[in-house]
Design a protein around this ligand. Sequence first.
Ligand code: SF4
Length: 428
Amino acid sequence: MPKVALATLGCKVNQYETQFLRECLIQAGFREVSFKEKADFYIINTCSVTERADHKSEELIKAAKKNGSNAHLIVTGCYAEAGKDNLRKRFPQIDLVLGNKEKLKIPRIITGPNENHEDTKSFIQTFHAHSRAFVKIEDGCDQFCSYCRVPYVRGAKIKSRAPDEVLKEVESLILNGFKEIVLVGVNLALYGRDLDPSISLVDLLRGMQCFEETTRVRLSSLEPHLLPSGLIDLMGSCSLICAHLHLPLQSGDPEILQRMGRKYSPDQYRRLVENIKRTVPSVAITTDVMVGFPGETQRQFLNTYHFVREIEFSRLHIFRFSPRIETRAYSMQPRVEEKVKKERSNYLRELGKDLAQNFASCFLGESLRVLVEETVDSKTGWFSGYTDNYIRASFKGENELKNKLVMARLLSANQGEVLGEVEKVFSC
Ligand code: SF4
């Protein structure tokens, strides 16, 4: 039995694609081993969203070579897509560099013609080492924000999966015990625009309402200006969809947003959030903020800081601007010093902690649905999981709680996380 080791960096779309490769290879007779063990094949699914991601991709390439000196080394993903020739030149030990478009052909390339690989397989059935399963429904982004490499490495053409195929995949994951499905895409809000007849994310979600009794669905990042119409009303009226939206803000300064090529103003973003909170009062709005975009002044950074505080996000993901070749922002001047970027991200990180604590405190005394994902301490029987509105909750219980949906009463909050007690276990 040939042995394969898989490593993944980056987004949930990449993680989904690795799972797809994993299942194809296992069906074709491979045995998966950890990346630290000796394998016959090492497959690295890279990321290139920042310079740091490029660096991590290279570290994995070096580690793979050390672990299995005679093994075959295959590098794929966004870093491979962005610099095939450069990678081949710098790491002659790589046997194959394949971009995103060729990624799913890897099983066929290494096993030869086989009825079990991607030619016949169109969906995944489980999700390795996760209690939530990611389901990729869309690929590609045509927005070309000035700092973002994604349209170049993932393609600017929107490619959506047929709704029947998505529903079949979701059903199979539910049958295999998954209670939370996370819908993911490169630009999820554009789902269905390219299908004939075109549909929207809302249509797809309506088709999933039959799973409402047993499952919950979380949406990954959605571009605020592209939010599909009807989504918020659907979210407010059915328990299938988690009350959680990740809406990347990037900046709270109108001029910076414009130079980033983001197609909304802070005012429009504010109105959108007000509307969402009116319809779904328990909603968690999480976001990405980028600090140190070229030319960002202290005043513009403070505009972002105050805006973030005003919106009361429940969680922040803070990035420092990283110049990506081919993008418009690559040549924008003046670059902000690393030291300043670090200071700005630290400020926001502190604010993020306060906001998370404030948000969690709002729900003390309430009972919320939680998917029990992790055993915190098996001896004392402590478990944890996330509420629909993405608050991490811990409570005592029996082992059987693992992977169950429960109702938990939230009792106290500390640093944005809560302690609670289980009131009811859903029977499904
Ligand atoms: S919408 Fe998102 S993925 Fe698309 S270019 Fe902008 S930041 Fe990148």
